[in-house]
Design a protein around this ligand. Structure first.
Ligand SMILES: [Zn+2]
Length: 323
């Protein structure tokens, strides 16, 4: 069986072709075509799928598409997506249109959800029964595997750990979603930047302030670099991030009694600096049972969006064949 994974981003579409042994034998990154509208975009992806279909005419080809924003996995409709600029994407029937073009019914889901499946297959080899995957980047996303199956919730929006509240929704820091007090406002890249710039202003002689001064644009890696050089201000920022991330993860573990939590995304690279504070929050919980055997790990495979989509397409197609 062949799986095609399509990872739609605001700038690029990433395409992966895999077989059911987990081998990737093609990957492409193409500029997202906005000028020809929605139909041009469908043709762009559809032509790729049709070429693969012709090349592997003797095999079944499964397609899964990961898209950011609000996606309905049952109907394959993109309910809302602010990043696709060719149209005001509201209730766009992506699965129907792509099926019409390729004669393959694609599986469409939120990109973070499919990336989570990729982490589950690649990092965990499907070990772990109830798993939360947290993606730490500009956004803080999540994906859930419950009873060894991808859990998407009633509407396809499950896993939005970044927008669970860990502070007052009136007075807490502002999140990218427009609300206050979300976990993402504390541990997402924008939150880290806010803290780092404030710290540099308050402590202009610090290592962190000096590193930031010489740079045009802010990168989370600069805060990690300062921590590596022993900068107390940078270490304090990471300690806080670990603390808040710990609160968010503890809430999820208490709610779902998870056995595994995997951190992925760019910010997870700074784990050596935030992990002690994170673990401290988990160890300090009054109800200890769900935390005692909890496996907490960092993904070795970043950018699982397209690969996760291809793997999930294959997984679903195999399930259907078994029926
Ligand atoms: Zn939010």
């Amino acid at each position: 069986m062949i799986g095609i994974g399509v990872d739609i981003g605001g700038t690029f579409v990433k395409l992966y072709v895999m077989n059911d042994h987990g081998e990737i034998f093609r990957q492409e990154k193409i500029d997202t075509e906005f000028s020809k509208g929605a139909s041009g975009f469908i043709a762009q992806i559809g032509d790729f799928i049709n070429a693969i279909k012709a090349e592997f005419a003797d095999q079944r080809v499964a397609v899964a598409v990961g898209a950011p924003g609000d996606v309905d996995p049952h109907t394959g409709v993109l309910r809302y997506n602010p990043n696709l600029k060719f149209t005001n994407v509201k209730d766009w029937p992506l699965a129907d249109q792509l099926e019409k073009y390729t004669s393959i019914r694609p599986y469409v889901a939120n990109d973070a959800t499919l990336a989570a499946w990729g982490v589950y297959e690649t990092d965990l080899k499907r070990q772990g029964t109830n798993v939360l995957i947290v993606t730490l980047g500009t956004g803080v996303g999540g994906g859930l595997i419950l009873n060894k199956e991808l859990y998407q919730g009633s509407n396809g929006t499950a896993g939005e750990i970044g927008h669970t509240k860990i502070d007052d929704p009136q007075t807490g820091p502002l999140c990218g979603c427009g609300a206050h007090g979300c976990l993402e406002a504390f541990v997402g890249t924008i939150g880290i930047k806010r803290r780092a710039l404030q710290s540099a202003q308050d402590h202009p002689q610090s290592i962190l302030a000096k590193i930031l001064q010489g740079q045009d644009s802010f990168k989370v890696a600069q805060v990690a670099q300062a921590a590596e050089q022993g900068c107390p201000e940078a270490l304090a920022i990471w300690k806080d991030i670990g603390h808040y991330l710990g609160i968010g993860i503890a809430n999820a573990v208490l709610l779902l009694d998870l056995d595994t939590v995997v951190l992925t995304g760019g910010v997870s690279g700074a784990a050596p600096y935030f992990m002690p504070a994170l673990k401290h929050v988990l160890e300090s919980q009054q109800i200890q049972t769900p935390f005692k055997k909890l496996k907490l790990c960092i993904s070795k495979n970043p950018n699982m969006g397209g690969v996760g989509a291809a793997m999930y397409g294959i997984y679903r197609a195999q399930q259907e064949l078994r029926k």
